[in-house]
Ligand binder design. Structure first.
Ligand SMILES: Nc1nc2c(c(=O)[nH]1)N[C@H]1C(S)=C(S)[C@@H](COP(=O)(O)OP(=O)(O)OC[C@H]3O[C@@H](n4cnc5c(N)ncnc54)[C@H](O)[C@@H]3O)O[C@H]1N2
Ligand code: MOO
Ligand SMILES: [Mg+2]
Length: 395
């Protein structure tokens, strides 16, 4: 039996590198970028007209000129034209290149146009107004998105702008999720009096989907030879195996011995925590094996507390700790770290965790009423309202 801290350290020390892949940028939301994205040209790439109106040479205005013959039109998407006579003007549209020999744009609202002559109707204009200068937002080669950024809609626009139709992202591990147990039937089935529907695999699939990790699932009954032959294949085929059930002390809890017989190196079995104590963790050269205890809340909390940080470390992301203020006195006597279910709220900008006690680790419906687990350490028995502890949230 090891402590939560030691278990987490062991899990993190066995993180694994899954490599990179290139994906179409539009499919990359939620993935972890594995290259720096640089500006392929200046931002904006030319002196960009930012108001519809007329472009002039400011010197003419400064010298007192107010009426300008219109020489032409510069539309957005047209090649740059030139003002031939510095006493004239060119009509310009937002998004167009500022014409050669002009430097200042006056918006249509501030001019009147009659018979091809634009007359400025305001007293003051500024040199270079309404021009978004080339390179003002960024220079060619500037770092726009750092690697290890989680790609969101904000990054997608930048990727499009710099022409990155394919991007390098962290490859996801190949994951198999296995439930075990003779008492479990499918979701679409009507359970007999002694049976229940399996739920843990689907919880795990969903917890992995939050990380954008696709997974496959299987169910194996409590039959040791079958477990052994199937798991032998899975160990060859997958980067990660997540199990729920069959890791405790029961007559049919075969997984620890099956893992041993298949050469899975045991890194630990059993942690001083509740719920989730009988967690088995091991690895082979190619595969990491998470044997979560079968009680639904045990599977759930251990996936969050150990698989999540292991995955984050594996793809090169920082593992960040969050804390909240306990909102009630709690007494917990066993010498175990207590992952207590809490409902989160904000008060004056502080995150508050209100304990909601369910009926133990089999009470999966209680998860619906809470948002997170607060992690109460095993070095004391009384936890006071107002004290701050780490939390693991799932919403
Ligand atoms: N003598 C002891 N008995 C138990 C101990 C112990 O230390 N000594 N630990 C208890 C704790 S704590 C837990 S947690 C469970 C862990 O049990 P297993 O990992 O062996 O899991 P199972 O026995 O297969 O099942 C336990 C429980 O969970 C339900 N279950 C399992 N899989 C699913 C699923 N996919 N969906 C829904 N529910 C599932 C199963 O029906 C059982 O009710 O052991 C305690 N016992
Ligand atoms: O600790 Mo077990 O994980 O209570 O259900
Ligand atoms: Mg059992």
């Amino acid at each position: 039996m090891i402590s939560v801290e030691k278990a987490l350290e062991t899990v993190l020390n066995s993180s694994r590198y899954f490599g990179l892949e290139e994906v179409p940028f539009i499919k990359s939301v939620g993935r972890i970028l594995k290259e720096d994205i640089l500006a392929d040209r200046d931002f904006p790439p030319f002196n960009r007209v930012s108001m519809d109106g007329i472009a002039i040479d400011y010197t003419s205005f400064k010298n007192g000129q107010r009426a300008f013959n219109i020489e032409g039109i510069q539309a957005a998407g047209s090649e740059q034209i030139s003002l031939n006579n510095s006493g004239n003007c060119i009509e310009v549209m937002t998004g167009a290149v500022l014409p050669n020999n002009t430097n200042t744009v006056i918006r249509y609202e501030d001019v009147t146009i009659t018979n091809g002559v634009a007359t400025i109707t305001v007293d003051a204009i500024n040199d270079a107004q309404n021009v978004h200068a080339k390179g003002k937002d960024g220079k060619i080669g500037d770092l726009l998105i750092e690697q290890n950024t989680k790609i969101s809609a904000a990054e997608i626009g930048v990727l499009a702008t710099v022409g990155k139709s394919f991007v390098k992202v962290a490859k996801q591990p190949k994951v198999m999720i296995v439930s075990t147990g003779d008492e479990l039937v499918g979701v679409d089935e009507i359970p007999l009096a002694h049976q229940i529907r399996r739920s843990n695999v689907f919880t795990l699939v969903s917890l992995l989907e939050r990380l954008n990790i696709p997974s496959e699932t299987a169910h194996i009954t409590d039959d040791k030879p079958v477990l052994k032959s199937k798991i032998e294949n899975y160990l060859q085929e997958y980067d990660v195996l997540l199990f729920s059930g069959a890791v405790s002390k029961g007559k049919y809890d075969f997984l620890p011995e099956v893992f041993d017989e298949l050469g899975v190196e045991k890194l630990f079995h059993k942690i001083t925590q509740r719920p989730g104590k009988p967690f088995f963790y091991g690895k082979t050269d190619e595969c990491n094996v998470f044997g979560f205890p079968g009680n639904p809340i045990s599977t759930f909390v251990n996936c969050l507390a150990y698989f999540y940080p292991w995955y984050h470390k594996s793809i090169g992301l920082e593992v960040v700790e969050e804390t909240a203020i306990l909102n009630a006195d709690v007494i917990f006597k066993p010498n175990l770290t207590y992952f207590l279910q809490v409902k989160l709220s904000y008060r004056f900008g502080h995150l508050i965790a209100t304990p909601i006690t369910g009926n133990g680790s089999g009470d999966l419906a209680s998860l619906v009423k809470t948002d997170a687990f607060i992690q109460l350490p095993n070095d004391k028995v009384e936890f006071k309202k107002g004290e701050v502890f780490p939390i693991i949230r799932y919403r």
